[in-house]
Design a protein around this ligand. Sequence first.
Ligand code: FE2
Length: 358
Amino acid sequence: MSKGLKRIHHVEFVVGNAKQAAFFYRKAFGFDQVAYRGPETGTPESVSYVMKQGEIWMILTTPLRHEDPMNTWLTMHGDGVRDMAFEVDDIDAVFAKATGAGAEAHSEPHALGDDLGTMRTAAIRTYGEVLHTFIQRDDYKGFLPGFEIREIKGQGTGLLCIDHIVGNVSDLQMDKWVDWYNETLGLGRFVSYDDKDICTDFTALRSTVVASDDRVIKFPINEPADGLKKSQIQEYIDANLTAGVQHLALSTDDILTTIQALRDNGVEFLAVPDGYYDTVWERVGEVKEDKERIKELGILVDHDENGYLLQLFTRPLQDRPTLFFEIIQRRGSDSFGKGNFKALFETIEQEQALRGNL
Ligand code: FE2
């Protein structure tokens, strides 16, 4: 039995219209809609749709009552991630360690159940207004109590797992949150990038990755750094009003097919800057994929001493320039695409300028 975190159980988004969001993530990204909770299933105050693809589980939730505090959350942040939930074996130990190390409790360990069994849950607060729920499944046979199976299949696009989840925090708050993850949840410092690694002539940020020992859970944490113009991290903080989740990286083992399918579905990706493919192969070396197809699909490539990776970033998934997805295929490399940061940021700066935020 593991003493700590086993895996990411699900990610919950609060959205303005869960019915339409479920349609979007099913039609655009190919998620199956698998379960539902709402007034018809005994939860009159909100509706939630469970979306699944590979081992990726997302809950999309909308409050139904005007006095619900979740509406204030939506007013402040817009659609976004409210909870990154972990499966654990020993919820009392995990909760006691986290709160003993200073984590603020959101809910104490308590039992939940329905006719599919019982489980135990609790939650703590992390950066911004984001939660970490803990779930000890015990003998529970369904997804979570209160949900009813309501399946609408999506056309899968080959997405497999959550590779990493990135948080943006305010200026000079990164080290504090790295220590927080280490002390409360036992996630160690995996790798750091400073503002010389991640900058253009105009904007910059710093990033440190914390990870579980088995690297199943990887959380990069970004903070803005001073540049001549406004960091994209500061733009996020301004739009989100607080720290929050910047992106979910979703893995595939066939990125060419995945990106083709997503583009066919109308998913919008950040454009690759002119000239990127003139130099990328000198930098990265040989790859198994067809280089022409990589270029046609606008996929980014990077490498480290262990191998290479292919990645691409969507444009924001809602109208505020906040949450987006990354699609990633690893071929040995366990880095995060440092070699692409500069190219990518120049594209992001162009989009920031169009929004009047540079
Ligand atoms: Fe990423």
